[in-house]
Each structure stands twice: as C-alpha cells, then as structure tokens.
Design a protein around this ligand. Structure first.
Ligand SMILES: [Ca+2]
Ligand SMILES: [Ca+2]
Length: 392
C-alpha cells in the first residue's frame, strides 16, 4: 500500500468515525407496563427523590421506582376541580413547586374550569409532602373565550418569581387580537411575585415588570405576542426558552426577554400572517413596535405542533450537553438545537426521525413534553400514555 493509499483509506474511514461519534440515541419505553393517560409534565418533589407525573385529566401520580410497574399511586387528585369540556386541550396543564417548598410546602397548578370557561392558577400547600386539598388559593382566573390554546406550565425563574404562559384564548388566527393587546392576559408570559401582595391582588407585582408604568397595560405582563406556548423552560444559564405552537405554517422556539413582543398574530414564526386582524404595524416613531423573531422555526412539512423541551444537562449523552431538546407532537420528530450565548442558532440536528406514516394508530410516539429527571437525564412523555427515555 502506498502513502496515497493510506491517505485514501484514512479519508474513507473518517465518515465512519464521525458517524460513531455523533450516533443518535434511541428512544425506548422506560416503563413498558405503565400507561399514564395524556401525560403533561413531570416534577421532582423537592427535597426527595420522588418524581410526580401530571395527567391532563386532573390527577398527579407518583412515578414508580419500579420500571416494571403497571400502576402509579396518586399523589393528588384534582378531578373535582379540573372541569373539562374539550379534553383535547383543556385539563390540568401545569405543576411547579415553590423554590422554598421544603420549608413552606407551597406548589402551583394550572387547570381548566367551565361556566364560565377559564384557566386557573392556584397555590396549594403540602404538609409532610401530602397535598392539603383545603389549602387552595386562587392566584389567577383567566377567562377563556375558546376551548383551545390554554397554554400553561408555570415555572419559577432564578429570580424567584413565577412565570406562566397563557395562550391567545383559542379558535384560529387570534380572532379577538388578544396577543398584541396589553390589556388582555391572553397571549402572554406573565410574571408574579407570589410571596408578596400588591394592593388587593393575591400576589405581588415585581417592581421591574416592564409594563408597570404603561397606562392600561396589565402590570403582570413580562412578554407578549404568544399564540399557544407549550413548554416554558429556564436553563442553567437563566435563559427562558419558550416553544410557541403555530397556526398553519410555522412552529417556533423563542428566547424570552423582558418586555419582548414575539409577533403573534402579526406574524407566524418569522413570516407575516396574512389573516392578521391587528391594526397596521407601526414600525417608526415613538409608538414603533419591534417584533422578535424566533431563534428557530420549522415548517409544517416537518410537523404540526411543537412540543417544547429542555436544555440537556445530563452526563449520559455528552454530545447533547447544552442543547435544547424538543420535538413535534404529530410527526414524532425530535431535534437537538444548539444556540450560542448571543441567542444565535448554530445547528439543529435530528435525534429521532419522523413517524413512519401519518396514521396515529401506527405511530404511537407523539411527544407531549420533555422533562429533566433527578439524575439529569430526560423523560420524554408521549400522548399515548407512555414514558420514553434515551438509550445508546
Ligand atoms: Ca382557550
Ligand atoms: Ca412568534
């Protein structure tokens, strides 16, 4: 073999080496015998190694330790309070724990009620890690004009404030133009100080909320122009990620900044929405509105409804470290997005290919949420009630 043969051999070998180094993980059922109907999210019970899993119908279960378990114990049954007209998008949609839960026992849920149709953000208190059903304190009751786009998934920021996304109220194309309206709590990310009170409110308004001095604007608003955020996640760097479900064309991922306008329903993704019912966009002068484009978008060639994710910080898959893992509820695609510290997209790679066909029965994998478990690895919840994890 000559030197040039060696070089050719080395070149031929190179792609194989690279392929090995970047091999995608596989997605395997983590609890083969367990089905949790419409899982929405998981949460770690602070101060313990217990994990909870939220079912959209209104029950919070304890995730079994036994991977062969076929049943999960109930931690909190909210079905008497969670009332559902359309179970596709209504129900129990969020759970998060107070940063000082281990001393005050407080936790927060977001759920649907009817007559009138509304979304409720409530505080409960757990005593010795057992929820006290008499402890409910309503923080927000947001009227919902339509059954869809209720968003949810409250989460605490590193600043100790509670963030909750609300969705535009529903129907299609934001018919009531809630998202751009600073008088409306819909189509927003709200930020509350649940440890204080402002006036008669059951919570406080953080002094640095962006619209606190804007006449008529809701002081709770942190960011606006959202459609139906599904997944609100603070990463270890303190960045707030928000996946926003699109209308008919584009699915998007945003990095949320204070006071930011994320475009809906002037724009879907980074594209003007022809059916926008908003007044003409003012782009100059003191009333100029600046719309913030998503960090990343994908078209409906690749899916139909984004499922927001988390930045991976685990050890088992070093190649995923620092990447935002997310997917599409319908197509079953899962991707890993790399964004630099300035919020600029570097790459977006496929971790799991699309489902083989559009037949839902044949393709049961439909991610509803990506969550982080106590060991830093991921759960991937699926609409079929199964919980998946990554495997090599
Ligand atoms: Ca709604
Ligand atoms: Ca947007």
């Amino acid at each position: 073999m000559t030197l040039s043969h060696h070089i050719i051999a080395a070149i031929l070998t190179l792609p194989l080496v690279l392929a090995t180094a970047t091999a995608s993980p596989t997605f395997v059922p983590a609890f083969p015998n367990l089905t949790i109907k419409k899982p929405v999210t998981t949460a770690i019970l602070p101060g313990t190694d217990t994990e909870l899993i939220v079912a959209q119908g209104g029950i919070i279960y304890i995730l079994p330790k036994d991977r062969n378990a076929s049943e999960a114990a109930i931690w909190f049954d909210l079905t008497e309070r969670v009332t559902i007209d359309k179970d596709f998008e209504e129900g129990l949609l969020g759970l998060t724990f107070h940063p000082n839960y281990t001393s005050n026992g407080k936790f927060y849920v977001y759920y649907s009620r009817q007559d009138p149709k509304r979304s409720i953000l409530s505080e409960f208190v757990a005593i010795d890690n057992k929820p006290d059903p008499t402890s409910e304190r309503h923080l927000l009751e947001i009227r919902q004009p339509f059954w869809n786009h209720n968003s949810g998934l409250p989460t605490f920021g590193p600043d100790g404030y509670l963030y909750v996304s609300t969705g535009d109220g529903g129907n299609g194309n934001d018919p009531l133009t809630h998202s751009q309206n600073l008088f409306s709590p819909l189509g927003k990310i709200l930020r509350l100080d649940i440890d204080t009170r402002s006036g008669d409110l059951p919570y406080g308004i953080p002094a640095d909320n962006p619209f606190i001095a804007t006449p008529g604007a809701l002081a709770e608003i942190w960011a606006y122009g959202m459609r139906n955020p599904w997944g609100l996640h603070f990463d270890k760097k303190g960045r707030l990620w928000c996946a926003d479900v699109g209308q008919a064309m584009w699915e998007e991922i945003n990095l949320i900044t204070k006071g930011g306008n994320y475009g809906w329903s002037y724009r879907e993704g980074a594209h003007d929405l022809a059916l926008s019912r908003n007044p003409p966009l003012t782009t100059e002068g003191k009333d100029a509105i600046t719309l913030i484009d998503p960090v990343h978008e994908y078209s409906h060639a690749d899916g139909i409804s984004i499922t927001g994710g988390v930045v991976y910080q685990g050890d088992a898959f070093p190649e995923l470290q620092g990447k935002y893992i997310y997917g599409d509820w319908k197509s079953g695609f899962v991707w890993a997005l790399t964004v630099d510290d300035d919020g600029k997209k570097i790459s977006n790679t496929i971790l799991r290919p699309r489902n083989a066909t559009d037949d839902k029965k044949a393709n049961s994998f439909q991610p509803t949420m990506f969550t982080t478990r106590p060991d830093g690895e991921l759960w991937i919840l699926s609409w079929d009630g199964k919980i998946y994890e990554l495997a090599k």
